[in-house]
Ligand binder design. Structure first.
Ligand SMILES: *[C@@H]1O[C@H](CO)[C@@H](O)[C@H](O)[C@H]1NC(C)=O
Ligand SMILES: *[C@@H]1O[C@H](CO)[C@@H](O)[C@H](O)[C@H]1NC(C)=O
Ligand SMILES: *[C@@H]1O[C@H](CO)[C@@H](O)[C@H](O)[C@H]1NC(C)=O
Ligand SMILES: *[C@@H]1O[C@H](CO)[C@@H](O)[C@H](O)[C@H]1NC(C)=O
Length: 327
Protein backbone atom coordinates (compact mmCIF):
# COMPACT_ATOMS: atom_id res chain seq x y z
CA UNK A 1 0.00 0.00 0.00
CA UNK A 2 1.35 3.32 -1.01
CA UNK A 3 -0.84 5.50 1.17
CA UNK A 4 -1.69 5.08 4.82
CA UNK A 5 -5.31 3.95 5.24
CA UNK A 6 -7.89 6.45 6.49
CA UNK A 7 -10.56 4.98 8.78
CA UNK A 8 -13.06 5.06 5.91
CA UNK A 9 -10.81 3.33 3.43
CA UNK A 10 -9.95 0.81 6.14
CA UNK A 11 -13.67 -0.02 6.35
CA UNK A 12 -13.88 -0.22 2.56
CA UNK A 13 -10.86 -2.49 2.44
CA UNK A 14 -12.58 -4.88 4.84
CA UNK A 15 -16.00 -4.52 3.23
CA UNK A 16 -15.59 -3.73 -0.46
CA UNK A 17 -18.31 -1.57 -1.99
CA UNK A 18 -19.05 -4.20 -4.60
CA UNK A 19 -19.88 -6.84 -2.03
CA UNK A 20 -22.65 -4.64 -0.66
CA UNK A 21 -23.74 -3.26 -4.03
CA UNK A 22 -24.20 -6.87 -5.20
CA UNK A 23 -26.60 -7.50 -2.37
CA UNK A 24 -29.09 -4.86 -3.51
CA UNK A 25 -31.29 -5.04 -6.59
CA UNK A 26 -33.24 -1.89 -7.53
CA UNK A 27 -32.36 -0.61 -4.07
CA UNK A 28 -33.58 -3.58 -2.03
CA UNK A 29 -31.95 -6.88 -1.13
CA UNK A 30 -35.43 -8.43 -0.89
CA UNK A 31 -36.04 -7.84 -4.60
CA UNK A 32 -32.97 -9.75 -5.82
CA UNK A 33 -34.61 -13.17 -5.72
CA UNK A 34 -38.02 -11.94 -6.85
CA UNK A 35 -39.12 -12.53 -10.41
CA UNK A 36 -39.48 -9.52 -12.70
CA UNK A 37 -43.16 -10.40 -13.14
CA UNK A 38 -43.69 -10.24 -9.37
CA UNK A 39 -42.32 -6.76 -8.68
CA UNK A 40 -44.28 -3.50 -8.91
CA UNK A 41 -42.49 -0.44 -10.25
CA UNK A 42 -43.85 3.08 -10.37
CA UNK A 43 -43.42 4.31 -13.95
CA UNK A 44 -43.13 7.82 -15.30
CA UNK A 45 -45.88 8.44 -17.86
CA UNK A 46 -44.56 10.51 -20.80
CA UNK A 47 -41.17 10.59 -19.10
CA UNK A 48 -39.61 12.73 -21.84
CA UNK A 49 -42.05 15.63 -21.53
CA UNK A 50 -40.39 17.71 -18.87
CA UNK A 51 -41.47 21.19 -17.92
CA UNK A 52 -44.40 23.20 -16.66
CA UNK A 53 -46.64 23.44 -19.75
CA UNK A 54 -49.92 21.49 -20.12
CA UNK A 55 -48.05 19.35 -22.67
CA UNK A 56 -45.57 18.32 -19.97
CA UNK A 57 -46.01 15.37 -17.63
CA UNK A 58 -42.87 15.37 -15.48
CA UNK A 59 -40.81 18.02 -13.73
CA UNK A 60 -37.32 16.53 -14.09
CA UNK A 61 -35.47 14.66 -16.87
CA UNK A 62 -35.07 10.88 -17.03
CA UNK A 63 -31.60 10.93 -15.47
CA UNK A 64 -33.07 12.68 -12.43
CA UNK A 65 -36.08 10.33 -12.51
CA UNK A 66 -33.79 7.31 -12.42
CA UNK A 67 -31.57 8.88 -9.75
CA UNK A 68 -34.67 9.41 -7.61
CA UNK A 69 -35.55 5.71 -7.84
CA UNK A 70 -37.82 5.39 -10.90
CA UNK A 71 -37.24 2.04 -12.68
CA UNK A 72 -40.02 2.11 -15.28
CA UNK A 73 -40.05 4.74 -18.04
CA UNK A 74 -42.80 5.29 -20.57
CA UNK A 75 -42.29 7.52 -23.60
CA UNK A 76 -44.20 8.49 -26.73
CA UNK A 77 -42.60 8.60 -30.17
CA UNK A 78 -43.57 10.26 -33.45
CA UNK A 79 -41.90 11.26 -36.71
CA UNK A 80 -40.93 14.91 -36.92
CA UNK A 81 -41.20 16.96 -40.12
CA UNK A 82 -37.86 15.69 -41.41
CA UNK A 83 -38.60 12.00 -40.77
CA UNK A 84 -36.58 11.72 -37.56
CA UNK A 85 -38.01 9.46 -34.84
CA UNK A 86 -38.49 11.87 -31.93
CA UNK A 87 -40.23 11.95 -28.59
CA UNK A 88 -43.27 14.07 -29.32
CA UNK A 89 -46.56 14.63 -27.54
CA UNK A 90 -49.30 13.58 -29.98
CA UNK A 91 -47.51 15.55 -32.71
CA UNK A 92 -44.08 17.15 -32.99
CA UNK A 93 -45.80 20.51 -33.49
CA UNK A 94 -47.30 20.27 -30.01
CA UNK A 95 -44.19 19.18 -28.08
CA UNK A 96 -40.89 17.86 -29.41
CA UNK A 97 -38.50 16.50 -26.80
CA UNK A 98 -35.84 15.59 -29.36
CA UNK A 99 -34.55 12.41 -30.99
CA UNK A 100 -35.36 9.04 -29.44
CA UNK A 101 -31.68 8.12 -29.81
CA UNK A 102 -30.66 11.01 -27.48
CA UNK A 103 -33.11 9.82 -24.84
CA UNK A 104 -31.85 6.23 -25.21
CA UNK A 105 -28.26 7.51 -24.86
CA UNK A 106 -29.14 9.17 -21.53
CA UNK A 107 -30.62 5.87 -20.38
CA UNK A 108 -27.56 3.93 -21.57
CA UNK A 109 -25.22 6.26 -19.65
CA UNK A 110 -27.30 5.79 -16.51
CA UNK A 111 -27.32 2.00 -16.83
CA UNK A 112 -23.53 2.06 -17.32
CA UNK A 113 -23.17 3.92 -14.03
CA UNK A 114 -25.69 1.81 -12.09
CA UNK A 115 -24.84 -1.87 -12.66
CA UNK A 116 -27.33 -3.29 -10.16
CA UNK A 117 -30.42 -1.65 -11.57
CA UNK A 118 -33.04 -3.20 -13.83
CA UNK A 119 -35.11 -0.74 -15.85
CA UNK A 120 -38.26 -1.20 -17.92
CA UNK A 121 -38.84 1.00 -20.97
CA UNK A 122 -42.25 1.19 -22.62
CA UNK A 123 -42.28 3.09 -25.90
CA UNK A 124 -45.29 3.96 -27.96
CA UNK A 125 -45.17 4.08 -31.74
CA UNK A 126 -47.68 6.82 -32.49
CA UNK A 127 -47.02 6.98 -36.22
CA UNK A 128 -46.73 3.21 -36.58
CA UNK A 129 -43.26 3.44 -38.11
CA UNK A 130 -41.22 0.43 -39.12
CA UNK A 131 -39.47 -1.33 -36.25
CA UNK A 132 -36.17 -0.83 -38.06
CA UNK A 133 -36.22 2.85 -37.02
CA UNK A 134 -36.37 1.81 -33.36
CA UNK A 135 -33.62 -0.73 -34.00
CA UNK A 136 -31.46 2.06 -35.43
CA UNK A 137 -32.04 4.29 -32.36
CA UNK A 138 -31.18 1.46 -29.97
CA UNK A 139 -28.07 0.66 -32.00
CA UNK A 140 -26.85 4.27 -32.27
CA UNK A 141 -27.17 4.70 -28.51
CA UNK A 142 -25.67 1.24 -27.87
CA UNK A 143 -28.56 0.61 -25.51
CA UNK A 144 -29.20 -2.76 -27.16
CA UNK A 145 -26.17 -3.96 -25.20
CA UNK A 146 -28.43 -4.19 -22.13
CA UNK A 147 -31.70 -5.51 -23.53
CA UNK A 148 -33.31 -8.74 -22.34
CA UNK A 149 -34.97 -11.12 -24.79
CA UNK A 150 -37.26 -13.75 -23.23
CA UNK A 151 -36.69 -17.35 -24.35
CA UNK A 152 -40.32 -17.60 -25.53
CA UNK A 153 -43.08 -15.21 -26.59
CA UNK A 154 -45.25 -14.94 -24.57
CA UNK A 155 -43.41 -15.89 -21.40
CA UNK A 156 -45.47 -17.35 -18.56
CA UNK A 157 -45.82 -15.21 -15.46
CA UNK A 158 -43.88 -17.76 -13.44
CA UNK A 159 -41.13 -18.09 -16.06
CA UNK A 160 -39.69 -14.58 -15.80
CA UNK A 161 -36.12 -14.29 -14.50
CA UNK A 162 -35.35 -12.78 -11.12
CA UNK A 163 -33.62 -9.41 -10.82
CA UNK A 164 -30.50 -11.32 -9.75
CA UNK A 165 -30.54 -13.24 -13.01
CA UNK A 166 -31.11 -10.13 -15.12
CA UNK A 167 -28.29 -8.31 -13.31
CA UNK A 168 -26.01 -11.35 -13.52
CA UNK A 169 -26.44 -11.54 -17.29
CA UNK A 170 -26.29 -7.74 -17.62
CA UNK A 171 -29.62 -7.84 -19.47
CA UNK A 172 -30.97 -5.03 -17.34
CA UNK A 173 -33.27 -3.29 -19.77
CA UNK A 174 -36.67 -4.77 -20.61
CA UNK A 175 -37.92 -2.80 -23.61
CA UNK A 176 -41.47 -2.90 -24.93
CA UNK A 177 -43.20 -1.24 -27.89
CA UNK A 178 -47.00 -0.84 -27.98
CA UNK A 179 -47.36 -1.45 -31.70
CA UNK A 180 -45.12 -2.52 -34.57
CA UNK A 181 -42.79 -4.90 -32.75
CA UNK A 182 -41.53 -7.72 -34.95
CA UNK A 183 -39.34 -10.81 -34.50
CA UNK A 184 -36.70 -9.23 -36.76
CA UNK A 185 -35.81 -6.96 -33.81
CA UNK A 186 -36.04 -9.62 -31.10
CA UNK A 187 -35.04 -7.39 -28.18
CA UNK A 188 -37.90 -4.89 -28.58
CA UNK A 189 -40.83 -6.81 -27.13
CA UNK A 190 -44.45 -6.51 -28.19
CA UNK A 191 -46.11 -4.87 -25.20
CA UNK A 192 -49.51 -6.53 -25.49
CA UNK A 193 -48.10 -10.03 -25.83
CA UNK A 194 -46.86 -9.63 -22.25
CA UNK A 195 -49.10 -6.96 -20.71
CA UNK A 196 -52.59 -5.60 -20.49
CA UNK A 197 -53.37 -2.02 -19.52
CA UNK A 198 -56.15 -0.26 -17.66
CA UNK A 199 -57.82 2.76 -19.35
CA UNK A 200 -55.73 5.90 -19.79
CA UNK A 201 -56.83 9.55 -19.84
CA UNK A 202 -58.83 8.87 -16.69
CA UNK A 203 -60.83 11.91 -15.49
CA UNK A 204 -62.34 10.33 -12.36
CA UNK A 205 -60.22 11.55 -9.41
CA UNK A 206 -61.35 8.50 -7.42
CA UNK A 207 -59.79 6.07 -9.94
CA UNK A 208 -62.67 3.79 -9.00
CA UNK A 209 -62.00 1.03 -11.52
CA UNK A 210 -59.32 -1.23 -12.94
CA UNK A 211 -60.81 -2.73 -16.08
CA UNK A 212 -58.76 -4.34 -18.81
CA UNK A 213 -58.83 -1.74 -21.61
CA UNK A 214 -56.14 -2.97 -24.02
CA UNK A 215 -55.61 -5.27 -25.79
CA UNK A 216 -59.34 -5.13 -26.57
CA UNK A 217 -61.15 -8.34 -25.78
CA UNK A 218 -58.07 -9.99 -24.31
CA UNK A 219 -57.92 -12.01 -21.12
CA UNK A 220 -55.88 -11.02 -18.08
CA UNK A 221 -54.66 -14.60 -17.73
CA UNK A 222 -50.95 -14.95 -18.31
CA UNK A 223 -50.38 -11.23 -18.79
CA UNK A 224 -48.59 -8.83 -16.50
CA UNK A 225 -50.40 -5.50 -16.25
CA UNK A 226 -49.91 -1.76 -16.21
CA UNK A 227 -52.17 0.64 -14.33
CA UNK A 228 -52.60 4.10 -15.87
CA UNK A 229 -52.79 6.14 -12.68
CA UNK A 230 -52.56 9.72 -14.00
CA UNK A 231 -55.44 12.11 -13.86
CA UNK A 232 -56.60 14.29 -16.74
CA UNK A 233 -58.86 17.30 -16.82
CA UNK A 234 -61.16 17.57 -19.84
CA UNK A 235 -61.25 21.08 -21.26
CA UNK A 236 -63.62 20.93 -24.21
CA UNK A 237 -62.31 18.13 -26.38
CA UNK A 238 -58.79 18.36 -24.95
CA UNK A 239 -57.44 16.40 -21.99
CA UNK A 240 -54.61 17.97 -20.02
CA UNK A 241 -52.83 16.61 -16.94
CA UNK A 242 -54.59 17.63 -13.72
CA UNK A 243 -51.46 18.75 -11.90
CA UNK A 244 -53.47 20.30 -9.08
CA UNK A 245 -54.52 16.80 -7.97
CA UNK A 246 -51.05 15.23 -8.03
CA UNK A 247 -50.62 15.17 -4.26
CA UNK A 248 -53.73 13.03 -3.77
CA UNK A 249 -53.43 11.08 -7.05
CA UNK A 250 -49.83 10.13 -6.24
CA UNK A 251 -50.46 9.47 -2.55
CA UNK A 252 -49.78 5.99 -1.21
CA UNK A 253 -53.15 5.70 0.53
CA UNK A 254 -56.52 7.43 0.60
CA UNK A 255 -59.31 8.07 -1.88
CA UNK A 256 -57.98 8.17 -5.45
CA UNK A 257 -54.47 7.15 -4.36
CA UNK A 258 -52.13 4.62 -5.93
CA UNK A 259 -52.79 2.21 -3.07
CA UNK A 260 -56.56 2.54 -3.39
CA UNK A 261 -56.69 1.90 -7.15
CA UNK A 262 -54.20 -0.96 -7.05
CA UNK A 263 -56.27 -2.46 -4.24
CA UNK A 264 -59.20 -2.62 -6.69
CA UNK A 265 -56.89 -4.21 -9.28
CA UNK A 266 -55.58 -6.83 -6.87
CA UNK A 267 -59.17 -7.73 -6.00
CA UNK A 268 -59.96 -8.28 -9.67
CA UNK A 269 -56.80 -10.03 -10.82
CA UNK A 270 -55.37 -11.55 -7.66
CA UNK A 271 -51.93 -10.02 -8.16
CA UNK A 272 -50.20 -6.67 -8.21
CA UNK A 273 -49.36 -4.73 -11.39
CA UNK A 274 -45.80 -4.64 -12.73
CA UNK A 275 -46.12 -0.97 -13.70
CA UNK A 276 -48.12 1.93 -12.28
CA UNK A 277 -47.75 4.99 -14.52
CA UNK A 278 -47.95 8.43 -12.95
CA UNK A 279 -47.47 12.08 -13.91
CA UNK A 280 -45.13 14.29 -11.83
CA UNK A 281 -43.80 11.31 -9.88
CA UNK A 282 -41.98 13.67 -7.51
CA UNK A 283 -45.29 14.81 -6.01
CA UNK A 284 -47.26 12.67 -3.60
CA UNK A 285 -45.56 9.59 -2.17
CA UNK A 286 -45.01 7.16 -5.02
CA UNK A 287 -42.10 5.25 -3.49
CA UNK A 288 -43.97 4.57 -0.27
CA UNK A 289 -46.76 3.17 -2.47
CA UNK A 290 -44.26 1.08 -4.43
CA UNK A 291 -42.63 -0.33 -1.30
CA UNK A 292 -46.00 -1.19 0.20
CA UNK A 293 -47.06 -2.99 -3.00
CA UNK A 294 -43.80 -4.93 -2.93
CA UNK A 295 -44.28 -5.85 0.70
CA UNK A 296 -41.28 -3.76 1.79
CA UNK A 297 -41.05 -1.31 4.64
CA UNK A 298 -39.70 2.21 4.52
CA UNK A 299 -39.65 4.86 1.82
CA UNK A 300 -37.05 4.97 -0.92
CA UNK A 301 -35.10 8.18 -0.41
CA UNK A 302 -33.39 8.11 -3.81
CA UNK A 303 -29.75 8.28 -4.82
CA UNK A 304 -27.98 6.35 -7.54
CA UNK A 305 -28.75 3.05 -5.91
CA UNK A 306 -32.40 3.92 -5.91
CA UNK A 307 -32.96 2.81 -2.37
CA UNK A 308 -32.89 4.01 1.19
CA UNK A 309 -30.08 1.57 1.77
CA UNK A 310 -28.48 2.04 -1.65
CA UNK A 311 -26.21 5.04 -1.11
CA UNK A 312 -22.61 5.15 -0.04
CA UNK A 313 -23.67 6.41 3.38
CA UNK A 314 -25.74 3.27 3.80
CA UNK A 315 -22.83 1.09 2.75
CA UNK A 316 -20.54 2.80 5.26
CA UNK A 317 -23.03 2.47 8.09
CA UNK A 318 -23.54 -1.18 7.19
CA UNK A 319 -19.77 -1.63 7.31
CA UNK A 320 -19.64 0.03 10.71
CA UNK A 321 -22.48 -2.12 11.99
CA UNK A 322 -20.68 -5.20 10.74
CA UNK A 323 -17.50 -4.03 12.46
CA UNK A 324 -19.45 -3.71 15.69
CA UNK A 325 -20.50 -7.31 15.22
CA UNK A 326 -16.93 -8.37 14.60
CA UNK A 327 -15.40 -6.49 17.52
C1 LIG B 1 -30.99 16.41 -16.16
O1 LIG B 1 -31.35 17.43 -15.27
C2 LIG B 1 -30.33 17.77 -14.35
C3 LIG B 1 -30.92 18.77 -13.38
O2 LIG B 1 -32.04 18.24 -12.78
C4 LIG B 1 -29.14 18.33 -15.06
O3 LIG B 1 -28.12 18.60 -14.14
C5 LIG B 1 -28.66 17.28 -16.06
O4 LIG B 1 -27.63 17.84 -16.85
C6 LIG B 1 -29.78 16.84 -16.96
N1 LIG B 1 -29.29 15.71 -17.73
C7 LIG B 1 -29.46 15.60 -19.02
C8 LIG B 1 -28.87 14.38 -19.64
O5 LIG B 1 -30.06 16.41 -19.67
C1 LIG C 1 -39.72 -2.84 -42.17
O1 LIG C 1 -38.68 -2.55 -43.08
C2 LIG C 1 -37.95 -3.69 -43.48
C3 LIG C 1 -36.80 -3.23 -44.32
O2 LIG C 1 -36.00 -2.33 -43.61
C4 LIG C 1 -38.84 -4.65 -44.22
O3 LIG C 1 -38.14 -5.82 -44.53
C5 LIG C 1 -40.04 -5.01 -43.35
O4 LIG C 1 -40.95 -5.79 -44.08
C6 LIG C 1 -40.73 -3.76 -42.86
N1 LIG C 1 -41.75 -4.17 -41.88
C7 LIG C 1 -42.98 -3.77 -41.97
C8 LIG C 1 -43.90 -4.27 -40.89
O5 LIG C 1 -43.39 -3.03 -42.83
C1 LIG D 1 -28.14 -15.89 -18.82
O1 LIG D 1 -27.22 -16.14 -19.85
C2 LIG D 1 -27.02 -17.51 -20.08
C3 LIG D 1 -25.88 -17.64 -21.09
O2 LIG D 1 -26.17 -16.88 -22.24
C4 LIG D 1 -28.30 -18.15 -20.56
O3 LIG D 1 -28.11 -19.52 -20.76
C5 LIG D 1 -29.38 -17.93 -19.51
O4 LIG D 1 -30.62 -18.42 -19.99
C6 LIG D 1 -29.50 -16.48 -19.21
N1 LIG D 1 -30.46 -16.29 -18.12
C7 LIG D 1 -31.50 -15.52 -18.23
C8 LIG D 1 -32.38 -15.46 -17.03
O5 LIG D 1 -31.76 -14.87 -19.21
C1 LIG E 1 -44.31 -12.43 -5.09
O1 LIG E 1 -44.21 -11.35 -4.19
C2 LIG E 1 -44.85 -11.57 -2.94
C3 LIG E 1 -44.68 -10.32 -2.10
O2 LIG E 1 -45.30 -9.22 -2.69
C4 LIG E 1 -44.25 -12.76 -2.25
O3 LIG E 1 -44.96 -13.02 -1.05
C5 LIG E 1 -44.32 -13.97 -3.15
O4 LIG E 1 -43.61 -15.02 -2.57
C6 LIG E 1 -43.68 -13.64 -4.49
N1 LIG E 1 -43.81 -14.76 -5.37
C7 LIG E 1 -42.81 -15.17 -6.10
C8 LIG E 1 -43.10 -16.32 -6.99
O5 LIG E 1 -41.70 -14.65 -6.07
Amino acid sequence: MRYPLSPISFIFSLFPLSAYAQALCNGHAELCSRQYSNITQIGTHDSAFVGTMPTDNQEVNITAQLDAGIRFLQAQSHLDGSGSLNLCHTTCMEKDAGPLSDYLTDLKIWLDANPNEVVTLLLTNGDNVNISLFDTAFTISNLNKYTYTPPTSPLGLSAWPTLNELIGNNTRLIAFLDTGAAPSVHYILDEFTYFFETPFDVTDPKFAECTLDRPKGATADGRMYIVNHFLDLSIGSVDIPDDSADDTTNAATGVGSIGAQVGICEGLYGRAPVGVLVDNFDRGNVFAAQDALNGLGGPIKGGGGGGDDGGVGGVISKGINDLKDVF
